[in-house]
Design a protein around this ligand. Structure first.
Ligand code: BG6
Length: 456
């Protein structure tokens, strides 16, 4: 049997920095954050220059895998699709370093940094972006297939589509239900196109998708709550996982959207057929929290994400008109960013996903974001150790009960840029002092993880 993968994860925009080095183009995140003068990832963790040190540290921390993403605007030079050899060389060096340090690379093709020239032409609203993604994915397979066995098409379609088109706190900053539905569909179609070209090209390895998994619980057992749970499950999970893993967009969700008057005519039979016939080999689940829901009562759709931490504590809200409302469980702990800490949700969620899809599962992200003082010799983070321990135990229990879980990745390998929360929302096993030459210092959790891995 293949070894269980114990790793940690990152994403290109969040850690690389070097935002315009070696002919890298502007991404939609570069553009948006510069335009609104917000904290950005221009330098981030400077992984671009320090990847060797970071990978060595992962290896010395007992890990045997590393999850990262490729930056599209670093690899493709222009709208004509010309390849940037410097970008290719960079990622080949990273991949070779992974192998050198005994880290199985787990590679995501798209973790949200769309080239800005595509965003300017409509981004995920424009069907041509799907074709451009397919071409870019093929470049990745062609140039890196000798070094990669685990491929991921997209990281968390729900998160970047809902935040970008529905909630409006991510680029392109829109609030429009129809744009959300169309963007979501185009991403799922693009993912299937990449799976198709991967299989047809007979590249080695396996290909999957990574989802921001939010298992749904109800406040009671009534029929009304169970209906709300189904709406919430469609909203949170099924449109990504059913579509990618089963090749089926949930039909009751399409019925609901259609009855609400949304035009779905761009979901043409030829595209639906691509989705149907090109499903993934595995699913990656990023788990932060579940959703506890009740039936919708009244009021407009309200979606608020707390990107302010302590200052915004308790402001998060999800009400989807006519579908469901999310409630906060008074008995569970929440982080400063309102994320509930609920390991039981991971255990139940894995078993549900396993019974429903029967595909291998990787827990591709799991971690806790905290503001920490990193000027000390070593960050003492017992809360992170407790969080990881409880979540890993939940995974191992689900595994013992039959779920085919093949790996666990802590989010994140080291401190990095946490999107609209900035760098001070820290998730890393290794602290990075962004004020002092980006010095790296392993936290107590890094050593705890090392010890845990060696015992398992
Ligand atoms: C996931 C993403 O949504 O969660 C990561 O894949 C992200 O990119 C992580 O950083 C934590 O979320 P946040 O918003 O706290 O950084």
């Amino acid at each position: 049997m293949k070894q269980f993968l114990w790793g940690s994860a990152t994403a290109s925009y969040q850690c690389e920095g070097a935002w315009r080095e070696d002919d890298k183009l502007e991404s939609m995140w570069d553009h948006y954050l510069h335009e609104f003068q917000l904290e950005n990832g221009d330098v981030a963790s400077d992984f671009y220059h320090r990847f060797d040190e970071d990978l060595k540290m992962a290896k010395e921390g007992g890990q045997n895998s590393f999850r990262f993403s490729l930056s599209w605007p670093r690899i493709i030079k222009n709208p004509q699709g010309e390849v940037n050899e410097k970008g290719i060389a960079f990622y080949r060096s990273v991949l070779k370093a992974c192998h050198h340090y005994g880290l199985v690379p787990n590679v995501t093709i798209y973790h949200w940094d769309l080239p800005q020239y595509l965003e300017a032409q409509g981004g995920w609203q424009n069907e041509e972006t799907c074709q451009a993604f397919l071409d870019y994915a093929k470049v990745c397979f062609d140039y890196f297939h000798d070094l990669v066995d685990i491929w991921v098409t997209f990281n968390e379609p729900r998160w970047f589509i809902f935040n970008g088109y529905f909630i409006g706190n991510y680029p392109p900053g829109c609030h429009d239900v129809d744009m959300t539905i169309k963007g979501a569909f185009h991403v799922m179609y693009a993912s299937a196109l990449a799976v198709k070209v991967f299989k047809e090209g007979k590249y080695p390895g396996k290909i999957g998708i990574v989802h921001s998994y939010t298992p749904v619980n109800g406040i009671d057992e009534t029929v009304e709550t169970r209906i709300a749970m189904r709406y919430a499950d469609n909203y949170c999970n099924n449109w990504v996982l059913d579509t990618a893993a089963l090749g089926e967009i949930p039909i009751d969700m399409l019925g609901k959207l259609s009855s609400e008057g949304h035009d779905l005519s761009y979901m043409t039979p030829d595209k639906i057929a691509v989705i149907k016939h090109h499903t993934v080999d595995f699913i990656g689940l990023n788990y932060y929290a579940r959703a506890l829901v009740k039936p919708y009562t009244t009021g407009e759709t309200t979606l608020i994400v707390n990107n302010k931490g302590k200052e915004g504590k308790g402001t998060s809200k999800t009400i989807v008109k006519g579908w469901f409302e999310q409630v906060s469980d008074p008995n569970t702990k929440k982080t400063e960013w309102d994320t509930e800490i609920y390991p039981q949700g991971l255990y139940e969620g894995i078993l549900n996903a396993w019974h429903k899809y029967h595909l291998p599962i990787y827990i591709t992200e799991n971690g806790i974001g905290v503001s920490e003082d990193v000027t000390v010799e070593q960050v003492q983070d017992p809360y992170r150790i407790e969080f990881m321990k409880e979540h890993i135990e939940a995974i191992l229990k689900a595994k013992e009960e039959g779920a085919d879980v093949r790996g666990y990745y802590a989010w994140s390998a080291f401190d990095l840029y946490s999107w609209k929360n900035g760098c001070e929302k820290r998730y890393g096993l290794v602290a990075i002092d962004f004020e002092d030459q980006l010095k790296r210092k392993p936290k107590a959790s890094y050593y705890w993880y090392k010890d845990f891995i060696s015992k398992h």
